[in-house]
Design a protein around this ligand. Structure first.
Ligand code: TYD
Length: 204
């Protein structure tokens, strides 16, 4: 019998939207079905990717450098971890993927989307998530959640206007791909969001 390829699910949202809170819940739900699940993150996910993450989150750099390092880490992540897992039938849940580059590097930093598309065509071809959950909240809510977080990295130190652009770019992307990207109103409490995640998972 042919092995059914696994599903690739990504979680997205501005810093402070609360996606990390829901990641464990989703992972437990998937594993409860007896499915092998790989939980990973971007930037990161491989030994090399984690080194690139440390640079990306801490070292000052040009926006184009940032975009290319994100895609260098992603190329490694896809080839070394994500595709092999999906091929053997495992599911992969990633805390961020290329929609984050569109939102942060194009929306936030203002890089033209044609550059991102060129990198995507090169490193991903037509590979991408089967489902993306976009946790969306009002900027003030995200900001107050960020204020409670431990030391802020390079992205978390950005100003409100940066996050407003990131959010707008995420929502634009969701509008362009409504079949793949599900927008979740993350200003609700944890329980209603879990109920929504349950409904989404039933359809998978
Ligand atoms: P994040 O996922 O928020 O992790 P943590 O919860 O540990 O802070 O941090 C990753 C940061 O990297 C986040 O601020 C967004 C940024 N990022 C990009 O700018 N572009 C990308 O392509 C990716 C994957 C992340």
């Amino acid at each position: 019998m042919a092995i059914q390829p696994g599903k690739f699910i990504t979680l997205e949202g501005v810093d402070g939207a609360g996606k990390s809170t829901h990641l464990d819940y989703l992972a437990d739900k998937i594993r409860a079905r007896g499915i092998e699940l790989i939980v990973t993150r971007e930037p990161g996910g491989t030994p090399l990717g984690e080194k690139l993450r440390a640079l990306l989150l801490n070292d000052p750099m040009q926006p184009d450098t940032e975009l290319m390092l994100m895609y260098a880490a992603r190329a490694e992540h896809v080839a070394a971890l994500i595709k092999p897992a999906l091929t053997r039938g495992a599911w992969v849940l990633s805390d961020r993927f290329s929609d984050a580059s569109y939102a942060y590097q194009c929306g936030g930093r203002g890089i033209d989307a044609t550059r991102l598309k060129a990198l995507e065509a090169w490193t991903l071809a037509d590979f991408g998530p089967d489902l993306t959950l976009l946790f969306d909240v009002a900027p003030e809510v995200a900001e107050s959640r960020r204020a409670q977080a431990r030391t802020a990295d390079r992205f978390e130190q950005e100003q409100a206007a940066f996050f407003a652009r990131v959010r707008a770019a995420y929502l634009e992307r969701a509008k362009a791909e409504p079949g793949r990207i599900r927008v979740i109103d993350a200003s609700h409490g944890i329980e209603p969001i879990r109920a929504e995640l349950d409904r989404i998972m039933e359809g998978l």
